[in-house]
Write a protein that binds this ligand. Structure first.
Ligand code: MLT
Length: 408
């Protein structure tokens, strides 16, 4: 008799963005004339760049010709793309990697969940709170947690991030095996320093824990004193996996492409160098047939034409700057938005973030993301995404200023 995976019943809420879409659809149905501005999900809005578009077309032409057609690709991903990423890490960050340490996948979200499969099923997961909910929900689905109590799952270690600690956590006081760190952080938009990451790397080495470092927003860092890769930190190759994405960097949210680095000398308890790299290779070659070869050709064009992608980033970061400025001028405490595309706004004391979501939608027709969706410590905060058009952001700021004045 088949039974449903009972862990799904432990999940206390649906995934946040479908829930937001549901509320917005309901509102739009009741208010068909409302002109909605979406600053909720971090979904890119600018078109693919010229070289990427060209590369995608060219790959389709090759596949359309019997003489140049190719089927299954290399298990770890196209070698040219992996080599291009190795070159990027070497030239931009001074990090030496081997192409066999780089695995091309269909995005950071899936890899950040699936990577758990190479570690023992009873691993204790630690997450920052506020947290990108995928790390938590995937831990629940894979049976690593108990049920939820007071908004937190048993057997997950929540590392508090708040204004007092600059939204970067202290080392966990209890035993943990898998530590998720996200920098630039989603949702707070803050970026971990070398010193902060060094503490975690030293801790992971000592405890034989592993860090899953989600660097999906690394291209948005403009401050050169901040690390863009965990491997800029001494010792990280022996204790950290890095996950990254073309989604926000190159507008691939719908195209789908990402990469994961599993260093050959990464070790945890009871495992030799190379074993985890092999395990991820085994997992991917068994349960994933590689990212689309068309998309990988687009990815290669991204890596080879960074200046084109930089123009997209500059565009979104101008939005972030305007949002940051506007909320600051209105007297809110504002975080992020300088080296990350998310602006994290502290709501007035006692204002619940889902309540604010509804007020904002009703009074201004703007969609944002309630901080509570990212964990307990997000309760009193609200996240704005800067991946909208500049016209929409300007209009959103006007509407928010007006709302603030009207509510005075
Ligand atoms: C976000 O807005 O946090 C991400 O873009 C959403 C996601 O990847 O699901």
């Amino acid at each position: 008799m088949a039974k449903i995976n009972s862990n799904f019943a432990k999940l206390t809420a649906g995934y946040v963005f479908p829930e937001i879409n549901r509320r917005v659809a309901e509102f739009s149905q009741q208010n068909p004339k409302a002109s909605i501005i979406k600053l909720g999900i971090g979904d890119t809005t600018l078109a693919l760049t010229e070289s990427v578009t060209k590369a995608l077309h060219e790959k389709i032409d090759l596949l359309s010709n019997k003489n140049t057609y190719t089927g299954y690709g290399a298990e770890r991903g196209e070698e040219k793309l992996r080599e291009a990423l190795v070159t990027k890490y070497r030239d931009q960050y001074g990090i030496d990697l081997k192409a066999t340490e780089v695995f091309i996948g269909d995005g950071a979200k899936s890899d950040s969940s699936n990577i758990q499969s190479i570690f023992s099923a009873d691993s204790v997961v630690a997450v920052q709170d506020p947290v990108f909910p995928v790390y938590v929900d995937s831990s629940v689905i894979t049976g690593k947690t108990g049920s939820s109590q007071d908004g937190r799952y048993q057997n997950i270690v929540y590392m508090d991030c708040n204004e007092e600690n600059g939204f970067f956590p202290e080392l966990p006081a209890e035993h943990v095996d898998i530590i998720y760190l996200c920098s630039p952080n989603n949702p707070t938009g803050t970026v971990a320093t070398h010193g902060q990451l060094q503490k975690f790397v030293d801790y992971a080495i000592e405890k034989k824990a592993v860090i899953i470092f989600d660097a999906a927003y690394s291209e948005f860092i403009s401050d050169n004193t901040l690390p863009r890769s965990i491997y800029e930190i001494e010792g990280a190759k022996s204790c950290a996996i890095e996950i990254n994405s073309f989604s926000k960097w190159a507008g691939f949210t719908g195209v789908r492409l990402g990469w994961t680095i599993v260093p050959e000398n990464l070790i945890v308890d009871d495992c030799a160098e190379g074993e985890l790299n092999q395990a991820w290779n085994r997992r991917q070659s068994t349960m994933f047939n590689g990212a689309s070869n068309i998309v990988q050709a687009g990815g290669l064009a991204v890596v080879q034409n960074p200046e084109e992608q930089q123009a997209l980033i500059n565009y979104y970061m101008t939005n972030a700057k305007h949002l940051y400025q506007a909320f600051s001028e209105l007297g809110y405490s504002v975080f992020g938005g300088k080296n990350a595309p998310y602006v994290w706004v502290k709501l007035p004391d006692g204002v619940d973030s889902w309540a604010y979501f509804d007020i904002l939608l009703r009074q201004t027709n703007i969609v944002g993301t309630p901080g509570a969706a990212f964990g307990k410590n997000g309760d009193n905060y609200f996240r704005f995404s800067s991946f909208a058009s500049q016209e929409d952001v300007t209009e959103a700021i006007d509407r928010i200023r007006k709302m603030d004045k009207d509510n005075e």
